[in-house]
Design a protein around this ligand. Structure first.
Ligand code: ASP
Length: 257
């Protein structure tokens, strides 16, 4: 038996005013874990709530591209070795669920119109996503959790950085830089996707020795302080934390909190 825990974030660069949506997400995920539900169900429920929150940059609140379109990225992975990722999908208010739909498929990553075509074939909801004109450009939402059976899961979702061109993909849906999970640690990143991708951030944090705090501090130390970066993580031995070099609303729920 493991002690359930969930950690959520609302994006590096966001301020405390965006904390309520992150708290609501953590509470919803924690209710699932507390009732004996799985880490996968918990992270999906939490991220769905943040995708539906117009102040957070994911789903409904996704930031607009240079041409005014809203293209969304999302990824989900589990500690038993499954991955699903969706990149630059349009007309999809909750891309995290489409990404989760790929966990048990023989393909794991779909992009653009092909991603939407697959979502249509599977019956995932399709409707225009209005998006946000907020000038605060970056941010992402993410969640990591461990359940009573020791299964860990990670899910992230983003509208990307404001004003980037159509077709641009940041770190968020990328296995290695934007998220990582194995049987010991689950990690999700937020911040400037191009920089996080070049540094292969989450994987490099995962292979570090030390406490979770030391490992997250190592990850942030890879970046100049002018580059917004944040991380959340949990470990199989009961650590959970969020850390950023800028404002980042995050929340943790566990039996010890
Ligand atoms: N990492 C996201 C991206 O580059 C944005 C963010 O988390 O701030 O798309």
């Amino acid at each position: 038996m493991s002690k359930p825990m969930i950690v959520c974030h609302g994006g590096a660069g966001h301020t405390a005013k965006d904390q309520p949506g992150v708290d609501a997400a953590a509470d919803a995920g924690w209710a699932i874990l507390g009732a004996g539900g799985s880490a996968l169900d918990a992270v999906l429920a939490a991220v769905e709530i943040m995708e539906n929150d117009p102040v957070l940059n994911a789903g409904t609140g996704g930031r607009k591209r240079a041409d005014g379109s809203v293209q969304l990225d999302a990824a989900v992975a589990t500690s038993d070795g499954r991955l699903g990722a969706i990149m630059a999908i349009e007309d999809t208010p909750n891309p995290v669920h489409v990404a989760a739909g790929l966990l048990d498929e023989s393909i794991h990553i779909l992009v653009g119109q092909g991603a939407r075509d697959w979502a249509d074939a599977q019956g995932y909801p399709k409707s225009p996503v209005e998006g946000s004109d907020s000038p605060s450009g970056n941010d992402t939402v993410g969640c990591v959790a461990i359940d009573g059976n020791g299964l860990m899961a990670v899910a992230s979702s983003t509208g990307g950085c404001t004003g980037r061109p159509r077709g641009r993909v940041g770190d968020t849906p990328l296995w290695g830089p934007g998220l990582w999970i194995d049987d010991e640690i689950a990690l999700a990143a937020t911040g400037i996707g191009e920089e996080i991708t070049i540094k292969m951030l989450c994987h490099r944090v995962a292979v570090q020795a030390g406490s979770l705090q030391q490992r997250l501090e190592y990850g942030l130390s890879l970046f100049d302080s002018s580059i917004e970066v944040g991380l959340i993580g949990i470990t199989a031995n009961g650590e959970g934390l969020g850390l950023a070099n800028t404002g980042m609303p995050w929340a943790i729920r566990s039996a010890n909190q």
